[in-house]
Write a protein that binds this ligand. Structure first.
Ligand code: NAP
Length: 276
């Protein structure tokens, strides 16, 4: 709203922009997301349909996500969740590590494929699931709704790295969570609205899921009255698994500005019809 000369703007770097703000810039040639995800940008229905949109793809962002996932995996494998609860009751109860052998990664894009490769390299059995079929060494790949059940059937730990689109909203609902092994652990580092909150609470209460680690939520910050804060078995982090680092992202943003000036295609351009 503070832009004094909307006509002069040709390139905009955006993140959770107010509805209508982009449409009010008549000479805009391209949009650049300040993050890897673009769901909040595309949720503005006034966005011109033909406007090119780029997102951040950054090895530092990927490294940060892998560090987070490694930490979460070992937290559960070494039973830090159980020992934390035991400490509150001054209980000394040594136990051997949890058997986490098989991981399934939902989404095999920049982050998901890196995670699948990383854990396969560490010796875990890894399955991956995406829209189109991928081929990744050491990873059993599945694609499409008809292969979802097969992709998740063996998972001790399910990692969600899907983008939030019309097709993935509430994808992890009661029916799909029922296809997991009893005692599986869910890690959602993608977007909160991909998981049906009620179905997740129910799966934890019934023991279908042993635990859930959530970095992302339907509403952020998570409202104080939300049951996720107090549900046993949920570990929360405040959307910190892979935050855009301005120092490393700025070069590709500047390069995309130059590309727009030169009439060249953008780096890391989003497919507007797919929504990711
Ligand atoms: P990406 O490169 O766009 O990859 C998306 C993957 O999801 C692709 O493999 C795609 O399949 C698959 N996919 C999309 N729709 C699908 C559907 N309906 N069914 C099955 N598979 C589907 O995305 P990315 O860079 O890996 O990032 C993934 C998401 O992580 C982002 O969109 C963002 O929301 C989230 N993220 C979170 C954080 C955080 O701090 N928590 C940080 C960065 C990103 P195809 O391969 O067939 O296209």
């Amino acid at each position: 709203p503070e832009i004094s000369q909307p006509d002069a703007v040709e390139f905009a770097v955006v993140w959770k922009q107010p509805t209508g703000a982009v449409a009010s810039l008549p000479n805009l040639k391209a949009l650049q997301s300040f993050g890897a995800g673009v769901d909040s940008i595309l949720s503005d229905l006034t966005l011109p349909a033909s406007l090119p949109l780029a997102r951040i793809v950054d090895p530092h962002l990927t490294a940060s996500m892998l560090e987070y996932l490694d930490t979460v995996l070992n937290y559960y494998r070494l039973r830090f969740d159980e020992f934390g609860t035991n400490q509150q009751q001054q209980l000394w109860k040594p136990r051997s590590p949890r058997k986490i052998r098989h991981l399934t990664v939902l989404g095999l894009g920049e982050l998901g494929s890196a995670a699948a490769r990383h854990f396969a390299g560490l010796g875990y059995a890894v399955s991956g699931w995406s829209g189109r079929l991928h081929q990744i060494d050491g990873v059993q790949c599945f694609a499409g709704d008809h292969q979802f059940a097969e992709a998740v059937a063996e998972a001790d730990l399910l990692i969600c790295l899907l983008p939030l689109t019309g097709a993935t909203e509430n994808l992890l609902n009661e029916a799909r969570l029922a296809q997991l092994k009893t005692g599986a652990i869910l890690v959602n580092v993608a977007r909160g609205a991909i998981v049906d909150d009620e179905a997740l609470l129910c799966a934890l209460q019934t023991g279908k899921l042993a635990a859930a680690c959530l970095d992302v939520f339907r509403i952020e910050p998570l409202p104080v009255e939300h049951p996720f804060w107090t549900t046993s078995g949920i570990l929360l982090t405040p959307h910190i698994s892979a935050v855009t680092n301005a120092d490393t992202a700025v070069a590709q943003i500047a390069e995309n500005y130059r590309r727009v000036q030169a009439g060249l295609p953008l780096l890391n351009q989003v497919d507007r019809t797919r929504g990711y």
